[in-house]
Every structure is written in C-alpha cells, then in structure tokens.
Design a protein around this ligand. Sequence first.
Ligand SMILES: [Zn+2]
Length: 296
Amino acid sequence: MLDPITITVVILLGVSFGMIGATLSKNRKTALLLNEKLSEAQREILLKQFPRYGVIPSDLRDDFEGIVNVLMHRKRFVPCGGLEEITEHQKVLICAQAALPIVALPHHKFYPRLKSILVYPGAFRDRGRRRWGISEEESTHSNLGESWQTGSVILSWDSVVAGAANDDDGMNVVIHEFAHQLDQVDGAADGIPILKNRAAYKRWVEVFYRNYEKLVEEVEAGKGGRSFLDPYGATNPAEFFAVAAETFFEEARDLKIKHPDLYAELSSYFHLDPASWDETYSSKLTDSEWNPKSSS
Ligand SMILES: [Zn+2]
C-alpha cells in the first residue's frame, strides 16, 4: 500500500503533467490560429470598413492576419446593453484594430491581462470624459471605451465603427483602449509600457514627460483647442500614452513632423514606421492580393 507522501507526489505529478499538457495544447492551438489567413469575406469587411488594413506593409500581412485570428478566438466577447450577440463581423473589425499595435511588437503575448471584451451598441453610462463625436452634454455621463486592469476592455460598437472608418483624425477607440492594456501589462497604468532595457526606460520617461507636460501647460493656458495632440491626453500620463498611440497610427506623418522625439520613441517601441505607409496606400488597395474581388 502506498504511503501518504507517495500518494501526494503522484497526485502533484498528475496535476503538473495535466497543466503542462493543457499549456502545450493551448500553445499548439495558438500556433495554428497564427498561421491561418483571414477569409475573403473578412478581408472584404476590413477593406470596406477599416482603410488602415489596406496600407499595412506586405511583410507584416501574414502576422497581422494571424494575430486577428488569435484575438478573435482567444478573447471572450460579451454583448452588453441590449446586444444579443457579438457577430463574426463585429469581432473581426474589433480585433483588426486591436492587432495593429502589436503586429510587430516583440513578446506581446496577445494582451496577456485581457480576458474579456465587452461591447455596448452605443455610448454606455459611466464616468466618461472623452468625446467621440458626441455632444459636451452627453459626454458628462457617457463613455465610449474603457480599459480595466482586471482583464476587460469595454467598447461602444458605434465608436468602433467610426474609429475604423475615420483613419486620419487621430481618434480610434480600439487602439486607445488596447494601448491602455499594453501600458497595464506590468501592473501599473502609468504611461510606461514594458521596454527592452534601462536605457529605453530612461529615454521614454524623458521624452514622454516632456511632451506630456507641454500638453498639460497648453491645456491649462486655455490653448488645448489648438494643440495637435488631443487635449484629453493631458488628463494623466496613462491617457497621454493612449492618445499618443492613436495619433501614431492615425496621423503618423503629422506626429513625426510636430513631435519627432515622441514619434521616434513610439516607432522604436512598436517596431513600426507608419509615417512611411501612406505612400503605398493606393497601390496596396489595387493589389490583387488585397482586393478580394479581383483575386477570385
Ligand atoms: Zn483612456
């Protein structure tokens, strides 16, 4: 008969092997999803509703589509505020925008703290302060997106659609909220994501705080309406990072001209140079690989 210690060891080994097996299986599934391409129907949705999709450089296309697949299948989508379900169409539009910031980011782990994406049809009641195409009055009691360190992002579907369609106004609720997730990976919402080494942290803090404090000064002096960066970024360093990320992906060229140091830091962090993407915009859209209609 086995003694209690041996029984305990056997049980622990069983649990450990079970956990290792589950992890391997999860990793295998993720690898399979990463290798999958989007369907023609999904590409068509993105080409129509998310113009940024058409300008992603060719060497990033496969990774981009794989990340969209992983996010679609690995995150839990929760319909809220009267929505009955989150459709495949809604998932692909949300995940494509969420995939953009991490398409070249090393060790991103697909937003590891994020478990659930809650979607409301329109603005949801909350303590929101930012306006996305709604009146000042409405903005005092409604919000269009939120990111929580506890593992969820809350989005308004109307704003997801508007943010995807208007790709050069510097406002994109999905990129904004998922940038918060990147900031929060280390457990602190402080506008400082995980960087590669000490020198990178030193440079980031110097560049980001210089630009953040300049924006705060402009807003305090009543010049927020004329600032290039959204005055909402002056709320705190975490919001500044989220606003800077939106601007980086939507107004890259202007950001590079107006805040070259900030652009350089973001470019180094995301491993991307979106200011160079627009030049190939029209040729990419007519490229047969990117045009589902002409590729059939
Ligand atoms: Zn925010």
